[in-house]
Design a protein around this ligand. Structure first.
Ligand SMILES: Nc1ncnc2c1ncn2[C@@H]1O[C@H](COP(=O)(O)OP(=O)(O)O)[C@@H](O)[C@H]1O
Ligand SMILES: [Mg+2]
Length: 271
């Protein structure tokens, strides 16, 4: 059948889109087999076909990242726009224990089969990105979700993804970046009514002077029993990174108060 994803197509697409750098080649060699065996199972290939048919994805490119429970691919829309396609693994042993996040979140309380759990993971990410985007937080614009696949705006340029904040050691305006991020957390909490719950310099892309928050699947509604604990941890993670840059950075309690209007108790601080 034409129009199906085959390994051969994948290789030629990879070669066509860009001259691979040495780093690409290393990633490709190490991850190819794993990705094809682990991610692109029949169900996922079917889902990609559907996204192609719906003209959301044009060409699927190379792998940007392989994580424990998802892989991120570079792709192009039919109109040439650059896309990031995050595919949650259907078969994996190292799946993050989602129970703590899903339990107590009214939006996702129904029991699901393991397959549908992965679909709901993708849907959570998509919905959280939408909510964040709606209140003006810098996140990749969510484009589509189908089964275990989230399609979103690519943060980067010409196939080169933006760097993660953790890899940036020459931040130009740390004070401003910190303020943007604290403001984003506040908007998430107050307006979108969610807590990211895995926020750290590992989940922030830095592109053209703007920090973009990513990886929102585990974001919880503020009604979640642990929402404030997760929020406190998010604040702590970010503050720890900026400590190296900003001398008079407020302490964790002050930042937490600034965002929520609440004094954190010991239960919240212990996580
Ligand atoms: N929208 C995007 N644009 C560019 N790169 C992205 C995008 N989303 C994810 N990535 C890349 O993929 C990596 C993994 O994505 P992430 O959502 O954090 O998944 P994981 O659950 O594996 O941590 C990121 O560190 C980043 O390098
Ligand atoms: Mg991540």
């Amino acid at each position: 059948m034409r129009n199906t994803f085959k390994l051969g197509d994948f290789l030629s697409e990879y070669d066509e889109l860009r001259e691979p750098t040495k780093r690409d080649k290393i990633i490709r060699d190490e991850d190819y087999k794993k990705a094809w065996l682990g991610v692109l199972d029949t169900k996922t290939i079917e889902a990609l076909e559907t996204l192609k048919r719906r003209k959301i994805i044009g060409e699927l490119g190379w792998i940007i990242s392989t994580g424990k429970e998802a892989d991120v691919f570079y792709a192009r829309a039919p109109n040439g726009d650059e896309l990031a396609v995050k595919i949650y693994r259907i078969h994996t042993s190292g799946f993050r224990n989602i129970d703590i996040y899903v339990m107590g979140d009214r939006r996702f309380s129904r029991a699901r089969s393991p397959l549908k759990a992965k679909w709901s993971w993708a849907r959570r990410e998509f919905k959280n990105l939408k909510r964040a985007k709606r209140v003006g937080v810098n996140v990749p614009t969510p484009i589509s979700v189908y089964r275990n696949i989230v399609v979103m705006e690519f943060i980067g340029e010409n196939g080169i993804p933006a760097r993660l904040l953790k890899d940036i050691d020459d931040l130009i305006n740390p004070q401003k970046t910190f303020e943007i991020l604290m403001n984003d957390i506040k908007k998430l909490y107050r307006n979108a009514k969610i807590v990211h719950a895995d926020l750290s310099p590992f989940n922030i892309l830095y592109h053209r002077g703007i920090p973009y928050i990513i990886d929102m699947a585990q974001g919880v509604d503020i009604s979640h029993v642990y929402a404030l604990k997760f929020l406190y941890r998010d604040i702590r993670n970010l503050r720890a990174f900026f400590l190296a840059y900003i001398d008079d950075i407020p302490n964790e309690e002050q930042l937490f108060y600034e965002i929520t209007g609440l004094e954190p108790n010991d239960l919240i601080k212990n996580i």
